[in-house]
Design a protein around this ligand. Structure first.
Ligand SMILES: [Zn+2]
Ligand SMILES: [Zn+2]
Length: 284
C-alpha cells in the first residue's frame, strides 16, 4: 500500500478502513482503537478510578482478548484500577504472557469443564461469562471485560431474531449486570475487520481453544455485503428493542446470567455448567 495516512497526513498507511474510507498508519490505528475503547468505557459510567476488572483470555477469541487487555491497560494505567488477566490452563501461558503488555496480576484458571471444539458465538459468550463470574468472585472483582466487536453484536442480533431465539439477545448487550458482576464489551465500537487487522499488525495471533460460529452469517453478509457502515445500524436496532429487552432481562440463567425461561439455560445444561469449578493460581 503506497498511501499516506488520512489522519496524520504524515506517515505511510498500513491499513484501509472500509467503514470510514480512511487509509491509516500504525500509530493512528492505535489511537483510533484506544479512543474507541475509552469512549465505550465512559459510556457506561460504571467504572471508577479504582475499579477491579477481570479480563479473561477467552476460549473463542484469545487474540482479541489480548488486544483488549493491552488497550485497557494503556488507558487504565493513569487510574488506580486493578486488572486481573486470567488465562485458561489449556493455553500456552508463556506465549500469551509474551503478548501481554501488562505482566503483573496474571492468573492461570484451572476450569474443570472444557467447551467443545465448536460452539455458536452466543454459547461461547455464555460459557466465558459462567467461568469468569466464578473467577471474579474468587478475586472479589466486579467487572468482566469481553472482546466482542460491533460486527459480532450485529451478527448475533440478526442470528437470534432469525432463529427465533430471543433469549440469545442477552449476548448482544454491550453492558449488563447480574448479582454484582458487571459485564462490558469495551471494543463494541469497533468493527470486526478493523479489530482483526489491529491484532495482525500487533503480531497477536493465538489459536483459539473453541471455534465460534454464527448460524446465519450468510444472511447477514447478504444484507451488509461490503458495506460495513451498515454494521452500525445494529446499535439503533438494539435501542428499538428496548422494552422487549427489559422484559427478557427479568429472567436470567443463574449460572451464566444470560436471558433464560428456565433457572438454568439450555447452553449451561448442554455444557453441564452446574458442575463448573474454577481454581486460580498466580503466574510466577
Ligand atoms: Zn497516521
Ligand atoms: Zn446459562
Amino acid at each position: 500500500m503506497n498511501k499516506i495516512c488520512s489522519i496524520c497526513k504524515k506517515r505511510q498507511a498500513v491499513y484501509y478502513r472500509a467503514y470510514s474510507g480512511e487509509y491509516i498508519c500504525a500509530k493512528c490505528l492505535n489511537n483510533v482503537m484506544e479512543k474507541n475503547v475509552k469512549k465505550e468505557i465512559n459510556k457506561t459510567k460504571a467504572l471508577n478510578i479504582d475499579s477491579k476488572i477481570v479480563i479473561p483470555i477467552t476460549h473463542f477469541s484469545p487474540s482479541s482478548s489480548i488486544a483488549l487487555s493491552n488497550l485497557v491497560y494503556r488507558i487504565e494505567k493513569q487510574f488506580k484500577s486493578k486488572i486481573a488477566i486470567i488465562i485458561p490452563k489449556g493455553y500456552n501461558i508463556e506465549e500469551i504472557r509474551n503478548l501481554l503488555e501488562n505482566k503483573s496480576d496474571l492468573f492461570i484458571a484451572e476450569i474443570n469443564i472444557i467447551p467443545p471444539e465448536k460452539l455458536s458465538l452466543q454459547e461461547c459468550i455464555r460459557f466465558e461469562r459462567a467461568w469468569s463470574i466464578k473467577a471474579a468472585k474468587i478475586l472479589g472483582y466486579e467487572f468482566v471485560f469481553l472482546p466482542i466487536s460491533r460486527t459480532d453484536i450485529s451478527l448475533m442480533i440478526i442470528d437470534s431474531l432469525i432463529n427465533g431465539e430471543a433469549n440469545f439477545l442477552s449476548e448482544s448487550l454491550e453492558f449488563m449486570e447480574y448479582n454484582g458482576i458487571k459485564f462490558l464489551y469495551p471494543i463494541s465500537g469497533i468493527e470486526g475487520e478493523t479489530l482483526v487487522s489491529y491484532e495482525f499488525l500487533s503480531g497477536i495471533n493465538v489459536k483459539p481453544l473453541c471455534l465460534p460460529y454464527i448460524k446465519s452469517k450468510n444472511v447477514f453478509y447478504s444484507i451488509v455485503g461490503n458495506r460495513p457502515e451498515l454494521d452500525f445500524g445494529s446499535e439503533r436496532l438494539i435501542g428499538k428493542l428496548g422494552n422487549f429487552l427489559e422484559k427478557l432481562k427479568e429472567n436470567r440463567c443463574k449460572i451464566c446470567a444470560g436471558f433464560s425461561d428456565k433457572e438454568i439455560c439450555n447452553t449451561c445444561e448442554k455444557l453441564n455448567l452446574k458442575e463448573l469449578d474454577v481454581k486460580l493460581s498466580i503466574v510466577q
